[in-house]
Write a protein that binds this ligand. Structure first.
Ligand code: ADP
Ligand code: MG
Length: 695
């Protein structure tokens, strides 16, 4: 690493040039997206530990992490269900219990009464006062000088087989070259309190003892904000680049043939809302351009996005091209399949479909239909773009419920089209309502259309919250409703995303409810069932042959059974607001009054209570999304799954919302004045993140 290379070349050296990095470590580093010295500098800590001072035991509070130092007063082995070693440590200001479940004889012998001990750990309240469980510790002599760390200790994102110490050593090597890091943002646009880039990086890897842990934890320290700004600029540039590139690409000009489209709209049992009509004409205009449309349609659950997609597909088909529709789940793909066949077979169109579960012969047949172009419309899950499915003349790709896919998949679709020498138009639909300014940053590569009104006659879903203690009442209510001819969903949720556990919980509930309500017809669907089993149950529910459907969150997105009017959601207090809103959106789709019961385990946390309250007060997705953002604690990650937004290294598009206007301004300025900096910025922050992963 000391070779006299020119400035940038030094930062671009592969990591094998660092001391102690061989091929196996290099591979692990690659998993973290770390390829060169610069990548190490931009690999930022996710949190910090304070080992810069020794805390008086008298000052400890539960939840605090820190260093303590004292003399062992008592050592005791306790035999209960588990053997454990308990040590009483005191420093003159107070005392603390250390608890060890695993310990060797040698360890125990070194921890004798009178020994001096230095520990680091998290303080908790235990049965006999404050304690630390399995702290890091060192026995020392009273004569030893007690040195402490000079900086806050960074804790980095890492991967198996690479520990914090190893990463810290590597980053320390990289920091020798921090001065070589090039400033790429125009200096005049930076806030005066922002440190220079090299200083910001050094500060975040080695914060001084007086750095504010609170600011750092919230990501609001100026050093972090300086980097967050740059990261947002880099992402914006990468999306703008993608957009610009698409403008230079060729796409088929899809002239609408009114003799196919107008009769279709006339056969619908309802009138398109004004909002739907507006979006339809925006899409119609885009599809007639010679470069690919990239349009995001946002519309709250139940706003009627499907029919807008159908009209777009028809425009492609009427111009002699194929249209593909991709849904995030099999249940949803199946539902679209049913709607689209019902709509389009009477028009003489052939449809094909692709999901992961199709049998070999079926798969072959659908592949042939797709490849020959006989199928005008092709529907499926992501299997559409995974399998060796080839299109004849693909003109339009529609992606439904985009928040389930994310930015990477969007890019893959673009590539898939490009592979075939033609760039299809893209229509992306999402029910995730995020404020417009944020959308413009998160989706800078897309044009935005909003369906901002629900079809007329909808009545807001009446929502109540009930504690688990009143389960019997809830069951009685469900029974009454079903006996009175209503249909009902009972949703079993677990926080763990494990499908196996979810399925198990749903089975248990299904059995219990079946016993309690022997006169009703119940169905069960969960993610572990086979595709055709799921399909049969959903079809029976849709046909009104089942009154009560016990389900996991597999029904969370898109499912449309307008006759269902009652929804019970278990463990509602543990779900995020957007997820609750999506789930509740399964009812209230017809003109009948619908209701939703949110069951919870008391006592409710403050946030839990406010979430449920928000659900009771509002049916408006935008309002709920706003409250959701306000209720999120700082530093709480916005899952991609929850929001469809990007994950950043240091920026948080919601927390840093006030940076957004600055970000756009800087990005424009760079494009206009210093375009040579675009690539280095993208390389630095986005790197291979946006290089396309498998769908
Ligand atoms: P989402 O936007 O959540 O995908 P869907 O497309 O599933 O919504 O539509 C929800 C329901 O509203 C469907 O049952 C659909 O038939 C109905 N619908 C759609 N547009 C209209 C309209 N203009 N008037 C009345 N009902 C409509
Ligand atoms: Mg939908």
């Amino acid at each position: 690493m000391d070779s006299p290379l020119p400035v940038n070349a030094r930062l671009m050296q592969p990591l094998t040039e660092c001391k102690g990095v061989g091929p196996s470590l290099q591979e692990k580093l690659q998993k973290l997206g770390l390829h060169n010295v610069q990548d190490l500098l931009f690999h930022l800590p996710m949190r910090y530990q304070d080992r810069t001072r020794v805390l008086p035991m008298g000052s400890l509070v539960p939840g605090r992490e820190g260093v303590v130092s004292g003399e062992i007063q008592r050592t005791e082995i306790k035999y209960g269900r588990r053997r454990m070693l308990l040590i009483r440590l005191a420093d003159g200001t107070g005392s603390l219990t250390l608890r060890f479940f695993y310990f060797s004889d040698k360890q125990r012998q070194s921890l004798q009464r009178g020994a001096q001990l230095r520990c680091f750990g998290e303080v908790r309240s235990g049965p006999g006062g404050l304690e630390m469980v399995h702290p890091e510790y060192r026995v020392f002599n009273a004569a030893d000088a007690l040195e402490v760390e000079e900086h806050l200790t960074p804790v980095y994102p890492t991967t198996e087989g690479l520990n914090q110490l190893g990463l810290r050593r590597l980053i320390a090597q990289a920091l020798q070259h921090v001065a070589d890091v090039q400033e790429l943002l125009p200096a005049v646009t930076l806030a005066p309190e922002f440190p220079a880039l090299a200083q910001a990086i050094e500060y975040l890897h080695r914060p001084p003892p007086d750095a504010s842990l609170t600011l750092l934890a919230e990501g609001r320290h100026p050093a972090q904000q300086r980097l967050a700004l740059e990261e947002l600029v880099a992402h914006q540039l990468s999306l703008l680049k993608a957009r610009q590139q698409s403008q230079t690409e060729q796409a088929p000009v899809l002239k609408p043939q009114t003799d196919l489209i107008t009769p279709f709209i006339e056969t619908l049992p309802y009138q398109l809302t004004e909002a739907q009509q507006r979006v339809v004409s925006e899409v119609e205009a885009d599809l007639q351009q010679a470069h690919p449309m990239l349009r995001l349609v946002q519309g709250d659950v139940g706003s009627g996005k499907t029919v807008v997609a159908a009209i777009a597909c028809l425009q492609a088909v009427s111009a002699g091209y194929q249209a593909a529709l991709m849904a995030p789940t099999e249940i949803l793909a199946e539902q679209h399949w049913q709607n689209f066949t019902r709509w389009f077979e009477p028009l003489g169109l052939t449809l094909a479909w692709h999901t992961g579960r199709a049998k070999a012969a079926e798969r072959r047949r659908n592949r042939a239909l797709t490849e020959s172009g006989e199928a005008a419309i092709v529907i499926g899950t992501h299997a559409l773009f995974q399998d060796d499915v080839n299109f004849h003349r693909l003109g339009l790709v529609v992606v439904d419920e985009q928040h389930r896919f994310g930015v990477h998949q969007r890019m893959v679709l673009r590539e898939k089209g490009a592979l075939q020498g033609i760039h299809p138009h893209q229509l992306i639909m999402t029910a995730t309502p995020i404020p417009r300014t944020l959308a413009q940053t998160a989706y800078a590569d897309l044009d935005l259309s909003i369906i901002d009104a629900l079809p007329p006659g909808r009545r807001p879903v009446k929502t109540v919250a009930m504690s688990n203690e009143r389960r019997a009442e809830v069951v009685a209510h469900v029974a009454d409703a079903c006996r009175g001819g209503q249909q009902c969903y009972w949703v079993c949720t677990l926080v763990e995303e494990s499908e196996a556990l979810q399925a198990e919980a749903a089975e248990v509930t299904f059995t219990g409810l079946s016993e309690a309500l022997p006169d009703l017809r119940l169905g069960l669907v969960h993610g572990r069932m086979k595709g055709d089993e799921k399909e049969a149950v959903m079809a029976a529910f849709k046909a009104g042959e089942l009154e009560l459907l016990v389900a996991t969150t597999v029904i969370e997105v898109g499912v449309d059974v307008p006759n269902a009017t009652l929804m019970i959601i278990e463990n509602a207090e543990r779900l995020g607001l957007s997820q609750l809103h999506q789930l509740r959106g399964r009812v209230g789709r017809g003109s009948a009054q619908s209701a939703c019961v949110l069951m919870y385990q008391s006592p409710l946390s403050k946030t839990g209570r406010r979430r449920l309250q928000a659900m009771r007060e509002s049916n408006d997705g935008f309002r709920i999304a706003q409250i959701d953002l306000e209720l999120r604690g700082p530093g709480e990650l916005l899952g991609t799954r929850q929001t469809g937004l990007m994950q950043f290294r240091i920026a948080d598009i919601v927390r840093d919302a006030e940076l957004v206007p600055v970000v756009s301004r800087i990005a424009r300025q760079i494009v206009a004045q210093t375009p040579e900096r675009i690539e280095p910025l993208i390389e630095r922050w986005v790197g291979d993140k946006l290089r396309y992963q498998a769908v």
